[in-house]
Write a protein that binds this ligand. Structure first.
Ligand code: ADP
Ligand code: NI
Length: 215
């Protein structure tokens, strides 16, 4: 199978797998991440095939879609074996997906250039207007309120708070989204993140101004 056919197969596989999901891992998120990863990969002269395939498969192993993360990784492993991806490429893609799925603040840095590219693309999709829409959608799906002035925003990402339902969606901006700008890996990723970070900030500022009847 040539690389074009493998990418096509991966698209169909991912579309089918994500049909079951309502947690923000929809196909169009994957498609945007893939397109952004290709754009960054070109500038970074990273391996385009690895960036594209890892982007397409990056949320398949997510714990929300599997009984455990290990089971999710195994699923990707089998898919890569069935599609005769050479051992080195397969291990590289599995490493990227494993490193991307670490939750919480103490994430080890991505070790490969292709991993850095895909991680930047995924992070950018949590920022800007799209990031705002995704956060509000996620919060709604979890029946969370957008804001509650009696709950102080916490900017420490804590696994227990993160999962609990007493968190507001606005808190997610403080605990995660505002921090992404300073965690970008690539030049282009950093550049785009600056603009998208401003959009996040403007949204929260305007939201709070209106909440308090100031403008
Ligand atoms: P991904 O790696 O695809 O961004 P996540 O599961 O981390 O996957 O998040 C999916 C989307 O849901 C992102 O846009 C993220 O900002 C949003 N999200 C995750 N957790 C929360 C939360 N607690 N409140 C609001 N939005 C959230
Ligand atoms: Ni993602």
């Amino acid at each position: 199978m040539n690389t074009k056919d493998i990418i096509k197969e991966a698209e169909l596989y991912v579309q089918n797998e994500l049909k079951k999901d309502n947690t923000g891992h929809d196909w169009w998120h994957i498609d945007r991440v893939r397109n952004m990863a290709k754009r960054i990969a070109e500038e970074e002269q990273a391996n385009l095939f690895i960036c594209e395939l890892a982007s397409l498969l990056h949320d398949i192993a997510d714990e929300k879609l599997n009984t455990s993360e290990a089971v999710g990784i195994q699923k990707v492993d089998h898919w890569l074996i069935n599609h005769h991806i050479d051992e080195e490429t397969k291990e590289h893609i599995l490493m990227i997906i494993t490193q991307m799925s670490f939750k919480g603040g103490n994430r080890p840095p991505m070790t490969s250039l292709e991993g850095k590219v895909v991680q930047d693309a995924d992070r950018l999709d949590a920022m800007g207007a799209i990031g705002i829409a995704r956060a509000l959608t996620f919060g709604g799906a979890k029946s969370r309120v957008v804001y509650d002035p009696s709950i102080q925003p916490r900017n420490e990402l804590n696994e227990i708070n993160y999962r609990s339902n007493d968190q507001t969606t606005l808190n997610h901006f403080y605990e995660k989204l505002f921090k992404l700008k300073d965690r970008m890996n690539t030049r282009l990723g950093k550049q785009i993140a600056i603009k998208r970070h401003e959009r996040l900030q403007e949204f929260v500022n305007q939201f709070l101004e209106e909440w308090h009847g100031l403008s």
